[in-house]
Write a protein that binds this ligand. Structure first.
Ligand SMILES: Cc1cc2nc3c(=O)[nH]c(=O)nc-3n(C[C@H](O)[C@H](O)[C@H](O)COP(=O)(O)OP(=O)(O)OC[C@H]3O[C@@H](n4cnc5c(N)ncnc54)[C@H](O)[C@@H]3O)c2cc1C
Length: 316
């Protein structure tokens, strides 16, 4: 039998996927240790109202939801470390990971739940109105823009999907793309072109997001839109700005070690959360380029935990 690690389960990441995996493995008496990384609680920490996570009739604030999940995991004995993992060695058993303070940890199983980061334009005004009119998730925030004007930035399939989805809520969607041609597939582009609610601003970029403070609330009132060919800048009034220029999975430290697609999304087996390395499982946005929701991340976190538990049982 291969050598046993100092821990049974290491979980990397504490978004909905990692914390759900922690709740399950802790309740199975596997005493998981969890690494929080640079964003303890994950992506939901930067958002206010979560209205689509089941169980909260009136919605819940992102940080509050994550706080409850962490407490639930800790109640069953999950131990968290506020460290980032930057190196792993999965070539032999036990599996080894190193934190940013160079401490080595070993385990029989590792669950990767490092999530993904949305790419943003990099504007100062984008940061100012983040979560207050600026979003990178139409499924999450489209509902807040009922009968309002929104813009979507991007030229790929995600931007087309977001633009189409937003027409169910918004009165008008302006699709902004810095070039004339689109990366999106023909079928997605045609769907958008046929949608009467969607207008296009091609060869254009957002120069600034404009807004104001109303009471204690920041709101977006429009954008300064620059035509990159003519240099002309016009003000376009809108209430929502959706950035759809892609996501980056937080998997760089696993490159060459775990199988991933060209963007960096980890590949898992068809009907389980197994990666190409025995004893290593992946869940949440780090392996999901399709759904990218808190509930789907939590669901796959549960699956990864059960897979890890069964793997450990088989090891005994
Ligand atoms: C602004 C915003 C609003 C959203 N609103 C909603 C919503 O209303 N409803 C909804 O369902 N979804 C929403 N989403 C999407 C949702 O947040 C994600 O789908 C979900 O958080 C993914 O969970 P995850 O656990 O896979 O990863 P994440 O939440 O991304 O968490 C990743 C975790 O991994 C850690 N980590 C990363 N790298 C390392 C490392 N090397 N070492 C240690 N730790 C590491 C991070 O610190 C973090 O704790 C929103 C997203 C954003 C950005």
């Amino acid at each position: 039998m291969s050598q046993r690690g100092q821990h049974k389960v290491i979980i990397i990441g504490t978004g909905p996927a990692g914390l759900t995996a922690a709740i399950y493995t802790a309740r199975a008496n596997l005493e998981p240790i969890i690494f929080e990384g640079s964003q303890p609680g994950g992506q939901l920490m930067i958002t206010t109202d979560i209205e689509n996570y089941p169980g909260f009739e009136k919605g819940i604030a992102g940080p509050e939801l994550m706080d409850v999940m962490r407490k639930q995991a800790q109640r069953f004995g999950a131990q968290s470390f506020f460290k980032t993992i930057n190196k792993v060695d999965f070539t032999s058993k036990p599996l080894k990971v190193w934190a940013d303070d160079n401490t080595e940890y070993t385990a029989d199983t590792v669950i990767i739940a490092t999530g993904a980061s949305a790419k943003y334009l990099g504007l100062e005004s984008e940061k100012t109105y983040m979560g207050a009119g600026v979003s990178a998730c139409a499924t999450c925030d489209g509902f807040f823009f009922k009968n309002q004007k929104v813009v979507v930035v991007g030229g790929g399939d995600t931007a087309m999907e977001e633009a189409n989805y937003l027409t169910h809520h918004a009165s008008e969607v302006l699709l902004i793309h810095r070039r004339e041609g689109f990366r999106a597939s023909k079928i997605m582009l045609e769907r958008v072109q046929k949608n009467p609610k969607i207008k296009f601003a091609l060869n254009s970029v957002i120069e600034e997001i404009v807004g104001k403070v109303e009471g204690t609330r920041k709101i977006v009132t429009g954008i300064n839109l620059k035509n990159v060919k003519t240099g002309e800048v016009v003000f376009h009034p809108c209430e929502g700005v959706f950035i759809a220029i892609g996501h980056e999975p937080n998997t760089k430290f696993l490159k060459g070690i775990l199988d991933m697609d060209e963007v960096g999304y980890l590949k898992t087996a068809k009907s389980s959360m197994k990666t190409n390395i025995e004893g290593v499982f992946a869940c949440g946005d780090a392996q999901d380029s399709t759904y990218r929701q808190a509930i789907s991340a939590a669901g796959t976190g549960c699956m990864a935990a059960i897979d890890a538990e069964r793997f450990l049982e088989a090891m005994e």
